[in-house]
Write a protein that binds this ligand. Structure first.
Ligand SMILES: [Zn+2]
Length: 303
């Protein structure tokens, strides 16, 4: 099993105001973040690929300026790799978020991987088919052009997606996608997928067909394993997992160190209890709808 941590912004200890009020419950002070990283430095932390299933994966959502200003130096000091999922319309445009140059600089740092978090941060389950595909493709293109590197991972804004979104991911060229559903990632299942299907160096459309039809063509099976590239390995990982996004755990401003230790230790009781809470929230959301739910959430925060 592995655990994927979901961070957002980081703020200087005495200055939480650099983070927008609505993002603050998900932001951490530098001191709290540093204490967590010191614990993480003793664990097996990495990025996902077929040959390496780390115990812990670190991710950041949205593209806050603190990613490069505060988080990256602390990660580099401890040689901890991380994913940064970026909403491309925030770049060069929104106060408190990275510029294109900063994003490029971050992508060149050792172990730092830039992924998409959509173009506008609209929730994918609120979009029609062409809007959804456009968010997937345009954000990927923008990131690849800023960073001059492949962008093949994504996290869903608000953790929201629909079956339509999942069906479009391979077509858009993604190999890994992360949700916000709390849980542990079953790495055995990821391994199993890779071993059962020898896909060789398939094109995204070929793998998509193979997965949809429930089989892989004989001629494809005969392809040499040696032709497997690192990227197609990563791509099987997500595709063969039934296309469901990888689970994560949100680290909040009020996540204290004892709770963080339970997350790191993969304490099953902790995950069960949190999952039950999240199912109740999902039920409420399915009744009242995304927009009203988030309106309620913000008005509760504002009190
Ligand atoms: Zn987000």
């Amino acid at each position: 099993m592995s655990v994927v941590l979901m961070y957002h912004g980081i703020f200087p200890d005495n200055n939480p105001d650099v983070i927008d009020a609505e993002d603050l419950p998900y932001a951490l002070s530098v001191s709290d973040f540093t204490r967590q990283l010191d614990l993480l430095a003793q664990s097996d932390v990495g990025l996902y690929d077929q040959s390496k299933m780390p115990e812990v994966v670190i991710t950041f959502d949205d593209g806050h300026a603190s990613a490069i200003e505060l988080a990256a130096p602390l990660l580099l000091e401890r040689e901890l790799p991380a994913y940064f999922f970026v909403t491309t319309d925030f770049i060069n445009q929104r106060d408190g978020f990275m510029s294109g140059d900063e994003l490029a600089e971050l992508s060149r740092m050792r172990g730092m991987c830039i992924g998409s978090h959509g173009v506008t941060h609209r929730f994918f389950d609120d979009l029609n088919s062409s809007e959804s595909l456009d968010e997937l493709i345009s954000s990927k293109r923008a990131l690849e052009s800023w960073c001059e590197a492949r962008c093949d991972s994504l996290s869903f804004p608000g953790g929201r997606f629909s079956p339509q979104t999942l069906a479009q991911l391979l077509e858009a060229g993604y190999t890994q996608w992360f949700g916000s559903e709390i849980g542990l990632v079953d790495t055995d299942r990821l391994h199993e997928g890779g071993e059962h299907v020898a896909t060789g160096s398939l094109l995204p459309s070929e793998l998509k067909n193979a997965v949809e039809n429930g089989h892989v063509d004989d001629s494809l099976e005969r392809e040499s394993d040696a032709t497997l590239s690192a990227s197609s390995d990563r791509w099987q990982l997500a595709a063969l997992r039934g296309q469901q996004p990888l689970e994560r755990v949100a680290i909040r401003r009020n996540t204290q160190l004892p709770e963080f230790r339970r997350i790191m230790c993969q304490d099953l009781n902790y995950f069960r209890q949190k999952r039950r809470n999240s199912q109740v929230k999902q039920l409420i959301r399915s009744v009242v709808g995304n927009r009203l739910y988030h309106g309620l959430y913000k008005s509760i925060l504002a009190r």
